[in-house]
Design a protein around this ligand. Structure first.
Ligand SMILES: N[C@@H](CCC(=O)N[C@@H](CS)C(=O)NCC(=O)O)C(=O)O
Length: 210
């Protein structure tokens, strides 16, 4: 397998954690989102993902998967152990709810392409990002509080943690106030102790600036 991604891309980061947790060997292919017009917009990359985004998981030559959560679902179905979803249907839907708050409710609004477009309209992209990330994380804190144990939902690692940790790193980088997110920060600290999170961290990637 090959993972086409970018070191600080939060969506790529989710998949990296899953690959590390499930101990799945893969090659990493950096796609520089910030070089010039962005390598994601090249014809070559758009043939892999017409959305001009990362990640893309190449299963074999000519077989490409896109959309990080769909990729996580695939990895979970193909390599169920160790699991990243609970067995209980109610716990599973809670995991998916938290996952979608980040995946559908926050990340699309902070995307590089969106940021560039907001700036091109003459608005302040930073104010835009602060508003939507701040609001989304406040909702996530409220939703996670009654569910969390060691991790976002109970004491086992799930998709919800894989979306949470990169999102908090993004929020921190852009200066969102995290002081009112104690549950999320506690879960983040617990995740940080695991090898799969250390291995998948943005700063540990070969394309991260040294
Ligand atoms: N829903 C997609 C989102 C992918 C996405 O937005 N990727 C970002 C990096 S985290 C990207 O490639 N952005 C490039 C751009 O906006 O030009 C997924 O989960 O894979």
């Amino acid at each position: 397998m090959k993972l086409h991604g970018f070191w600080r891309s939060t969506s790529t980061w989710r998949v990296r954690i899953a690959l590390a947790y499930k101990n799945l060997a893969h090659e990493y292919v950096p796609v520089d989102l910030l070089a010039g017009e962005g390598a994601q917009n090249s014809l070559e990359h758009r043939q892999l993902n017409p959305m001009a985004q990362v990640p893309v998981l190449e299963l074999e030559q000519g077989l490409y998967l896109t959309q990080s959560i769909a990729i996580l679902e695939y990895l979970e179905e193909r390599w169920p152990k160790p699991p990243l979803l609970p067995r209980d249907p109610l716990a599973r839907v809670r995991v998916r709810q938290l996952t979608e708050v980040v995946n559908a409710g926050i990340q699309p609004l902070q995307n590089t392409g969106v940021e560039r477009h907001v700036a091109s309209l003459g608005a302040d992209p930073s104010a835009w990002i602060q508003r939507f990330v701040g609001r989304g994380l406040a909702a996530l804190e409220a939703m996670t509080l009654p569910l969390a144990g060691r991790y976002s939902v109970g004491d086992a690692l799930t998709f919800a943690d894989l979306t949470l940790v990169p999102e908090l790193a993004f929020a921190r980088r852009v200066g969102v106030d995290l002081s009112r997110l104690p549950t999320l920060l506690r879960v983040e600290a617990n995740c940080a102790q695991l090898d799969c999170f250390k291995k998948a961290h943005a700063d540990a990637q070969p394309d991260a600036p040294r």
